[in-house]
Design a protein around this ligand. Structure first.
Ligand code: ATP
Ligand code: MG
Length: 414
């Protein structure tokens, strides 16, 4: 036998019995995001490598370690590791800054990151996300968070933890960065390798290190004091306190987490994550924030923006399985032609129905019906002559014989 080729490490098939769950995530996204004025955008799965180097930031794990990059005709191309950069590229390229603000865009689709596969972490995974352009006021941040909470609620996920923080603006953050570096200097040799290499380039990133020994260092009183200090400037502080007051008024429960800095370079002011206690160590379902300088950094006009992305695999693992693949009805008959015709009549009326394509025996057909459908529609010789159909409810075993045209009124279709 020929050698079997297996699925690639860190990737998964989404099998027919799982696909219904995915449809639910996508359907609710379309419905809820549309309610908030968002329109869907579909950008390519690969982009110029430079887009991510500039758009995500070359001090990030994503750009440094996780990108799928390849050369094609002297061009460096990368499979998208996230979609904000792609959406921003499209926003600029298609002149969307001329549209009246806010411009609200949402997307869904596969992302690619070369990471160590583990529970909740794949190399090809899916995100659903939103980006809002053109509004600098904290109402936009609050609405984006509200939308995430609303979407999760629509999926029955009411008890997730919203964490927020403000990273300030590049100006006030600079001082904070320096203070962090200063207080961590004596501990440099005790930091993990990643933190040591981030220390110069991106010291804030140290704060969300997941390594236990680093976390312990950040708990030391003199270090914790600096981390927890209020460093943001007056304007940033006002923005943040307005955001919090909107969240309070909208009854969104949140906690403030000074260690929340997010992995990407482009955030300023608001950052947030939504976490679940039921996910183990990969516990974030949603991450987002404000990125007022990204559009300009990628060559567009100065445009404030805020957005978030959710991991669809992690969302799915929080949801109960659904598998409503049962047929409404299965047609049982010794005449495959009659069965075929009745099946088609009903399909045209929207019924999910099949008949036996293999012309098996009547009893086999009945067995198949009870395994796969809610109703058996029986057309024996008598029924054919009288233009009738016997409708058998396979849950209750009740059976009625009705006119062919009335079949549709005697079954529940799902
Ligand atoms: P993490 O800290 O878990 O690595 P991140 O900060 O890298 O997350 P983001 O870039 O903010 O993640 O992506 C948003 C969401 O996408 C995450 O909250 C998570 O739900 C999901 N996600 C990110 N990376 C993966 C992955 N490799 N596999 C599955 N889901 C992922
Ligand atoms: Mg990551």
């Amino acid at each position: 036998m020929a050698k079997i080729i297996k699925v690639q490490k860190g990737t998964k098939d989404i099998l027919p019995q799982e696909v219904e769950q995915w449809h639910r995530l996508e359907k609710n996204a379309l419905e809820i995001f549309t309610r908030y004025g968002y329109k869907e955008i579909r950008t390519p799965i690969f982009e110029a490598t430079e887009l991510f180097a500039r758009g995500v930031g070359d001090t990030t794990d994503i750009v440094n370690k996780e990108m799928y990059t390849f050369e094609k005709s002297d061009r460096s191309i990368t499979l998208r590791p996230e979609n904000t950069a792609g959406v921003v590229r499209s926003f600029i390229e298609n002149g969307m800054s001329r549209l009246s603000a806010p411009v609200k865009l949402w997307y869904k689709g596969p992302m690619f990151r070369y990471e160590r596969p583990q529970a909740g972490r794949q190399r090809q995974f899916h995100q659903v996300g939103v980006e809002m352009f053109g509004i600098k006021e904290p109402t936009a941040d609050a609405e984006a968070i509200m939308l995430a909470v609303d979407y999760l609620k629509s999926l029955g996920l009411n008890d997730l933890e919203v964490e927020i923080n403000s990273l300030g603006c590049p100006k006030c953050r600079e001082e904070y960065k320096n203070k962090i570096k200063e207080v961590l200097k004596p501990e440099f040799d005790n930091l993990c390798e990643d933190c040591q290499s981030r220390y110069e380039k991106n010291p804030l990133r140290l704060l969300d290190c997941k390594v236990e020994s680093c976390k312990e260092i950040f708990e030391k009183p003199e270090i914790k004091k600096v981390i927890q200090s209020d460093f943001i400037c007056e304007e940033c502080a006002q923005h943040y306190s307005k955001l919090k007051s909107y969240l309070d008024k909208l009854n969104i429960n949140y906690t403030e987490n000074k260690l929340l800095v997010r992995g990407l370079d482009y955030y300023n002011r608001t950052v947030f994550e939504i976490k679940s206690n039921n996910l183990g160590s990969q516990n974030a379902v949603c991450g987002g924030g404000r990125y007022d300088s990204l559009v300009r950094n990628l060559g567009g006009e100065d445009t404030p923006a805020v957005g978030w992305a959710m991991g669809m695999e992690r969302l799915n693992s929080l949801l109960p399985d659904i598998d409503s693949h049962k047929l409404d009805a299965y047609v049982v008959s010794n005449s495959e032609t009659e069965a075929f015709i009745l099946t088609q009549e009903l399909r045209e009326k929207g019924v999910k129905v099949e008949f036996d394509l293999a012309n098996k025996k009547f009893t086999k057909q009945l067995e198949k019906a009870s395994k796969t459908a809610n109703y058996a529609l029986i057309i024996g010789e008598d029924e054919i002559k009288a233009n009738k159909v016997s409708v058998k409810n396979l849950q209750t075993s009740e059976q009625v014989t009705v006119d062919r045209k009335d079949v549709i009124n005697n079954i529940n279709i799902g």
